[in-house]
Design a protein around this ligand. Structure first.
Ligand code: CUA
Length: 186
């Protein structure tokens, strides 16, 4: 083909090919730079909440003592839910939250790594002893969700799950808000 073209066409083709080569090389370089940048950035700054706690003294002092577990009403439009994940249950085992409200889950473990997942939502985190897992979410509709442990945590793993009961805001205010730390666990 090239032999049949005059000099002008050959130049045009060569320039065009060179431009495309630059575009491809630039794209590859950009993608590579993004990978390197992300790797270095997230090594220095992990994407999850990094807050440490003494796993051996959870039940004795601080935020995760038993009387402080459950749903705390922080304001008209937000609640904080504190939960411990331990072999082989979540405490409380039934979590009640109001719909259409900002919900901050704070979880930690006194023993081994557990998983925290709320079915039907994108809430999903590991619960690592020594760290506090924090997940913010909002439930638009009242309803019940299963909350299974999804990290194998030894022989009782498959029996480790809780329920999340999302109730209408008014019902929550009427039935649960008077409790200092609300839950629907029996
Ligand atoms: Cu806890 Cu699996």
């Amino acid at each position: 083909m090239v032999e049949q073209m005059d000099g002008h066409s050959v130049d045009t083709v060569a320039r065009s090919e060179q431009r495309w080569a630059y575009v491809v090389a630039g794209t590859i370089f950009f993608m590579f730079a993004v990978i390197v940048y992300n790797g270095l950035h997230w090594v220095a700054q992990p994407p999850s909440n990094v807050e440490t706690i003494d796993a051996g003294r959870l039940h004795l002092v601080g935020e995760f003592v038993e009387t402080n577990l459950g749903t705390e009403v922080v304001s008209d439009r937000s609640v904080v839910v504190r939960v411990t994940a331990e072999q082989y249950s979540f405490v409380p085992s039934c979590i009640v939250v109001p719909a259409d409200t900002e919900v901050v889950f704070r979880l930690t473990s006194p023993d081994v790594v557990h998983g925290f997942l709320i079915a039907g939502t994108n809430v999903n985190s590991m619960v690592v002893p020594g760290f506090i897992a924090e997940v913010r979410t909002r439930f638009d509709q009242p309803g019940d969700h299963l909350m299974p442990c999804h990290e194998y945590c030894s022989v009782g793993h498959q029996a480790m799950w809780a329920r999340v009961k999302v109730v209408d805001r008014l019902e929550f205010a009427r039935s649960y808000a008077s409790q200092l730390r609300a839950s629907c666990a029996g």
